[in-house]
Structures are given as structure tokens and as C-alpha cells.
Ligand binder design. Structure first.
Ligand code: T1G
Length: 694
């Protein structure tokens, strides 16, 4: 279905019906044009209402059609809006729930608009790296004014319909039943002529130049690598400086430029990737989820505290279990402190703080958590400790409770084997700081029940996380890949780089933080502990010893005011350390490695392609269900630059044959064993395909 046509008395009602959000795909656009034509030819019809079925008026153009022939096939959205605007009979948009993007542009082409309260009104195109391409930048300023329109278009954020009640956008914010009110409104305006057209209004804003220049300066500072926000200002400026049709033409030119940009393609990839990640092929979407009314967290340390805050923020009561009163008190105090800091920044009210802290309880006794619907352990990353905890949980937790581990690398199947209920065991790997980082790796054990998976995926959305399912392997998706990234970073130090050069190169590529600054932030001893385990478990895998030498110097990072970099008390700014750089140079000499000048390109290729190659192995092994899942892990958990779309998407952009060529080159170099091309990468490269090809 795309749009239904029905005449109700003297009013023709066109109901958009293209689930899930009435995206204005080609078929829907054609049905609207057909409906308007039919209504104008029907003598009994005196007015036309356009409304949306289901959960939206319209979520905009159908993004799935972008960069396909359908997107530009007539009737384009431009044509549809033209037909609507030039209808001889009044067209009224009756809006509820969601009216976004092309959906709002369609409504702006109507002669009248009425809305139910609470409808989300937005032109969010900038969030997809584009701009409203069907007249939104020209019509919205004409009905809500230059400032509000510019703010809505550059931010892409929704405004509730009732907040726009006083503008020319809406004739009415209805109180009763929208459909009934629409019919009554239609009857009221049926004979009004001339029909009011938004395009005939003027944008009056004295001294718009100064306002727009100020806006450009502000936006330039925050837009980063994304061209769209500034182009939005250019387009909106045309609504003041150009005739309507010239403005429309200019907007179209800007739109067509932006939709081709790699940044926009990356943002659209991330948009769909975020949604695809919640789909688990062998777990039907209607799998009944277990009810989660209360949560227990074991461990009140940094992770346990951060994890707890996610649930408190979502209004779910939490009981934190610790072994010692002092640790428990410290953990609870830290949570309160975090909320107080948010309140100081104006991000939280005292009332909300009290409400959240009111949902938090602490205990030293396992018996107190037995009735929780899910328990998440965030204890020391050691299998013996996990064994102790899960055996105890198996004893005390009520039947049907979900037993989750926050382990970042350990075998969830082994953890499940410590219990008599492996079907209820799952990995919920949060990323530090757990109350901030969006990523949640949901680690599926061999015996994890499907409804447990469905429950935790649903819970991840409730706590506003991006849940990505991972199979069981050492490091799951993210940490397994970062392992190869870190290996290359270490080898680069031995071969000629210093920490600052590597960090600067990847930060210029777009990473939030390079590997050495990241190590100093997370704590270099964390990796040290894992490498020690690896040296025993996998003796044939070589690592640079530089990181171990650094830890042997007690330089764990910011927490010891010294790591790869030096730090001044109370200052998180990294200062290159002569001591460390001398250690690195000496280590190269001890290894007999002649240091050489290494280009930024080599640094970026070796770090990023190490991620890509390991990601390809992870895909081959079925640890990740799809390439976009790997991209979401890196975009939401590892500071990979959003405008690059994630490691697998970036590799597709570079072209897999080029990636393969670089990998084969590095395989001939030092530690070439680290560069065995993943068969999947070689296969796709040979076929001229990409990881994310549908
Ligand atoms: N096109 C196609 N599919 C869409 C879609 C769209 N515009 N919006 C959402 N979906 C799918 C989404 O992929 C998911 O699919 C399902 O709907 C539910 O989405 C010319 C060119 C509308 C507020 O940017 O912000 O118009 O995974 O989980 O939380 O100027 O979706 O279930 O198969 O997000 O209730 C501009 C983007 C397009 C709006 C609903 N419009 N969408 O949120 O559900 S560009 C947007 C959203 C444009 C014109 C230009 C949200 C939502 P699946 P969901 P939700």
C-alpha cells in the first residue's frame, strides 16, 4: 500500500500508507498525484485532506531510495508538491506524531496545515549530511520566520507542534479527533479563494546579513568535516535574497551536491546501521521479552557505577552489591557526584537527581538481589573471580532472571558453564564511561536463549544504547579488532614513530583520540594485564614490548600522571615525554631495528586496515552478523570518525582492491604475519564488491 483515496461527503481524504513511517517513496508520490488529480476532477469534492496512517504523518523521503533511480523518478517530491500547491481545490495537511523532512515539505506545499499536539515537526536532513531538498529551506522561513527556520534546519532537531501554534505553519492545533477536525476544517475553507500559498509569503527580517554571518561563524566552529550545516545557511539565505523559484533552484543544486558526498553517504549508512543492528535474523522481532522491572549490579567500581546510572536514568530501580561497605559507599557517592556534576551543568534538575538516587539501593548481601529481573556483574576481569560470582548467582537469583557479565574479553560460554542455567547467561559489554558511551556489545553464548537476547536488545534501546550482537571470541568485535590496531601502533614505535606522531596522524584522520592518548586515558595497565594472559595463551602472536616497558616504568597513564605522555597535576593535557621517547629509541636499537621516517599515510593505513582485516575475519567467522554492525561498534564505542562511516564502510569507500594491495605490501614488511589478508576481503576485492553491499 502507498496511499488510500476516499471521499467523505465533499472532502477527499488521501491517507499516506507506506509503513513504517510513510516514507515518500516513488509509489507513494505517484499515489498522491493521482489522488489530487482525481479529487480535482470529481465535482462532488470541494476540499482535499492529506493525512498519514499508523505512527506518522510522514518521516520524509524514503531514504532507502537514495542513490537509486527511483529517488529521481517522476513524480519527484518537487512535482508532487507542485501538483498539491496548484490544486484548484484547497488541500489541507492533517498532521500527527511525526512530520519530518519531505513530509513537512509536502505539508508546506498544502494550502492549510492542522496538527495534533505533540507531533514532532522537523527538517532533519542535515543529520543525514544533506539539506531539505524539496522546498523546505524556502518555505519554512516564510511561515515560522528566518531565525526559527534556520535553527530547525541547521540543527535538524524536532519541535513539538504546539510550540509552533502561533506561526503561519499551522492554522490550528486540534484538541479533539484529528480526522474529524480535519473534515470540519476542510468544510470551513472549501470555498475560500484565493488559495493561500506559502510561496507567496515574504520573509521579512531586517539586517538578515548580520544574523546569517553570525550563524555562519557559529556553525563553522561546530560543523567539523561536515559540509551540510553551512550549506543549509546558504539555502535559507536564498529565501530572503532570491525570488521563490530561484531559491528553489538554488536549494536543489545544493541538495544534489550534498547527496553525493562521502560524508552524507556515511551518515546514511550509520542511520540504517543503527537500526539494522537491532535485528537478529534467527530471533523473530515479536519474540516475547522478559519483563525487566529491577536490576542488580555487582561491583560499585567505575564500570558498576556507570552501568547502574544507565538504568537509573531510565527509571529502573538498581541494587548494587559490593563486598565491602567502604567500596559500596564510595561507589554510591560517585554516582551521586556524577549526577551533581550534571546538575551543575544544567543538564539535570534536583528533582530528577533525587528521583534517580531514590531508585538506587546498596547491599553487601547476595540474598538481597535474588528477586532482580537481571543481574549484571562488573567485577574484576579474571575468570576465577567470574566463576565464583556466577556460581553464587546461580544459587540466589530467582528462576528466569537474566545473568549478564560485563566481561570485555572472557569466554561467555565458560562463564555460562558455571551455572545450571546457561540459557539465561549473556554478555553485556559496556564501554567506559558506561553511562556515556552509546555502545553495548551483546555477547550471545552458544546456549543463550532467544528471548534473553530479545530482552537485552530491547533493554539496550530503553537505556539509549546501540546494542550490537557479538558471538563469543576473545575480545568479541571491538576489542578483538583494537588488538590488531594496537599491535601496529606498537610496531610503528619500534620502526621509527613516536607516540605523538601516531596520535596526531589518526586524529587528523578523524579519530577522537589516538592509541597512545587513549591508552593513557583508559590505563596502560589494562592492556598490560591482557597481554600477559595472551603471552601464555597465544605465544606465537608477537607484540611490541614498548607498552610492557612503559608499564614496568609504572607509567600507567593519567591515573599515575605519567604514561606515554607526561601530565601536570590537574591537567589532562598530554606532554611528550623525553624519558619515554628515549626508551622507545633505545628499544629500537636493542632490537637492531633501524628507525626510519614513516608517513602519516602509512600510519593511518596500518592502524585502520588492521581493523578492517580483523573485521573481515570476524565477519567470516560469524562473530558479527553484518559489516554495518562492525561499523556501529566502532562509531559508537571507539571514536571512529562518523564522517568516515566506520572501518568497513571506509574500506568500501577506499575500494577493497586498494585495501588489499596495501595489506599485501605490509605483509612483506616487519611482522608480516600480522597481515594475512582475510579470505573474505580477498574474495570481495576480486569480485569488485564491498563489505556493505546489499
Ligand atoms: N525513509 C525510510 N525509512 C525510514 C525513514 C525514512 N525517511 N525514517 C525511518 N525509517 C525506517 C527506519 O529505518 C526503521 O526501519 C523504521 O522506519 C522505524 O524507524 C527531500 C530528501 C521517523 C522519527 O531523516 O528520524 O526527506 O529498521 O526505528 O524511533 O528534503 O525514523 O524498522 O526496517 O527510527 O519511531 C528526512 C529519519 C529524510 C527522518 C521514527 N527524514 N527517521 O523514529 O522509528 S530525507 C528523516 C527518523 C528527506 C527531503 C529529504 C525516525 C522517525 P526498520 P525508527 P522511531
Amino acid at each position: 500500500m502507498t496511499a488510500e483515496y476516499k471521499v467523505n461527503g465533499s472532502v477527499a481524504v488521501i491517507t499516506l500508507n507506506n509503513p513504517p513511517v510513510n516514507g515518500l517513496g516513488h509509489a507513494t508520490r505517484s499515489a498522491i498525484v493521482q489522488g489530487i488529480k482525481q479529487a480535482n476532477e470529481d465535482g462532488a469534492v470541494k476540499a482535499i485532506v492529506i493525512t498519514g496512517a499508523g505512527k506518522a504523518f510522514s518521516g520524509g523521503a524514503d531514504i532507502r531510495e537514495f542513490n537509486t533511480p527511483k529517488a529521481l523518478a517522476e513524480p519527484t517530491l518537487h512535482t508532487v508538491i507542485n501538483v498539491v500547491e496548484n490544486s484548484e481545490k484547497p488541500v489541507i495537511a492533517a498532521i500527527h506524531s511525526v512530520c519530518m523532512g519531505g513530509g513537512l515539505e509536502l505539508a508546506l506545499g498544502c494550502h492549510y496545515r492542522i496538527a495534533a499536539p505533540g507531533a514532532q515537526i522537523a527538517l532533519p536532513e542535515v543529520k543525514l549530511g544533506i539539506l531539505p531538498g524539496a522546498g523546505g529551506t524556502q518555505r519554512l522561513p516564510r511561515v515560522v520566520g528566518l531565525e526559527l527556520a534556520l535553527n530547525m534546519i541547521v540543527s535538524g532537531n524536532p519541535v513539538p507542534s504546539e510550540k509552533l501554534a502561533g506561526t503561519k505553519l499551522f492554522s490550528e492545533i486540534v484538541k479533539g479527533d484529528l480526522a474529524q477536525d480535519a473534515l470540519e476544517f476542510a468544510a470551513k475553507v472549501a470555498d475560500q479563494r484565493p488559495l493561500p500559498k506559502v510561496r507567496d509569503l515574504k520573509v521579512d527580517y531586517p539586517n538578515h546579513e548580520a544574523f546569517l554571518q553570525f550563524s555562519r561563524n557559529t556553525v563553522k566552529a561546530m560543523a567539523g568535516p561536515f559540509p551540510a550545516p553551512l550549506k543549509c545557511i546558504d539555502a535559507v539565505e536564498a529565501s530572503v535574497t532570491k525570488k521563490f523559484d530561484d531559491g528553489l533552484k538554488y536549494e536543489r543544486e545544493l541538495f544534489i551536491d550534498l547527496v553525493q558526498t562521502p560524508e552524507s553517504k556515511a551518515l546514511r549508512h550509520a542511520f540504517f546501521g543503527e537500526r539494522a543492528a537491532s535485528k537478529i535474523p534467527d530471533v523473530p522481532e515479536d519474540t516475547p521479552a522478559r519483563e525487566i522491572k529491577s536490576v542488580a549490579v555487582i561491583g560499585a567500581g567505575t564500570m558498576g557505577g556507570g552501568i547502574s546510572m544507565n538504568f537509573l536514568n531510565a527509571g529502573i530501580p538498581v541494587t548494587i552489591l559490593e563486598m565491602k561497605q567502604e567500596a559500596l559507599d564510595k561507589g554510591m557517592a560517585t554516582i551521586r557526584k556524577n549526577y551533581e556534576n550534571s546538575m551543575k551543568k544544567g543538564k539535570l534538575t534536583q528533582e530528577k537527581l533525587d528521583q534517580r538516587m531514590g531508585l538506587l539501593k546498596g547491599t553487601l548481601s547476595y540474598e538481597d538481589i535474588g528477586q532482580a529481573d537481571i543481574v549484571i556483574e562488573a567485577v574484576f576481569e579474571d575468570m576465577a573471580v567470574k566463576e565464583q560470582v556466577f556460581k553464587k548467582l546461580d544459587e540466589v537469583m530467582k528462576p528466569g532472571a537474566i545473568l549478564a557479565s560485563n566481561t570485555s574479553t572472557l569466554d561467555v560460554n565458560k562463564i555460562a558453564s558455571f551455572t545450571k542455567r546457561p540459557q539465561d547467561v549473556i554478555g553485556t559489554h559496556f564501554f567506559s564511561p558506561a553511562n556515556v558511551m552509546k555502545l553495548l556489545e551483546i555477547v550471545r553464548g552458544d546456549k543463550t536463549a532467544k528471548d534473553v537476547l530479545a530482552t537485552v536488545m530491547k533493554l539496550s534501546k530503553k537505556i539509549k544504547k546501540t546494542g550490537v550482537v557479538s558471538g563469543v571470541c576473545d575480545g568479541f568485535i571491538g576489542n578483538r579488532m583494537i588488538e590488531q590496531y594496537s599491535r601496529q601502533a606498537g610496531f610503528l614505535l619500534e620502526e621509527g614513530c613516536l607516540p605523538e606522531q601516531v596520535d596526531k596522524a589518526v586524529e587528523k584522520f578523524g579519530f577522537a583520540m589516538g592509541p597512545f592518548r587513549m591508552g593513557d586515558l583508559a590505563g596502560n595497565d589494562v592492556g598490560w594485564y591482557i597481554r600477559k594472559r595472551r603471552y601464555v595463551e597465544k605465544p606465537n602472536i608477537t607484540y611490541s614490548k614498548t607498552a610492557d616497558l612503559l608499564c614496568e616504568m609504572g607509567r600507567f597513564g593519567q591515573k599515575t600522571s605519567a604514561g606515554w605522555y607526561d601530565y601536570k597535576p590537574g591537567d589532562r593535557k598530554p606532554y611528550p615525554s623525553q624519558l619515554v621517547n628515549d626508551m622507545i629509541v633505545k628499544h629500537s636499537a636493542d632490537l637492531g631495528v633501524e628507525r626510519r621516517k614513516i608517513s602519516d599515510q602509512e600510519i593511518v593505513e596500518r592502524l585502520v586496515y588492521a581493523l578492517v582485516n580483523e573485521g573481515a575475519h570476524i565477519l567470516e567467522e560469524g562473530i558479527a552478523m553484518r559489516a554495518s554492525d562492525i561499523d556501529m561498534v566502532y562509531l559508537t564505542g571507539y571514536g571512529f570518525p562518523l564522517f568516515r562511516g566506520g572501518p568497513m564502510f571506509y574500506a568500501d569507500t577506499v575500494g577493497l582492491p586498494n585495501v588489499l594491495m596495501a595489506i599485501e605490501k605490509y605483509a612483506k614488511g616487519r611482522h608480516g604475519d600480522a597481515w594475512k589478508p582475510a579470505p573474505l576481503l580477498a574474495k570481495l576485492a576480486a569480485e569488485g564488491k564491498g563489505f556493505n553491499d546489499k
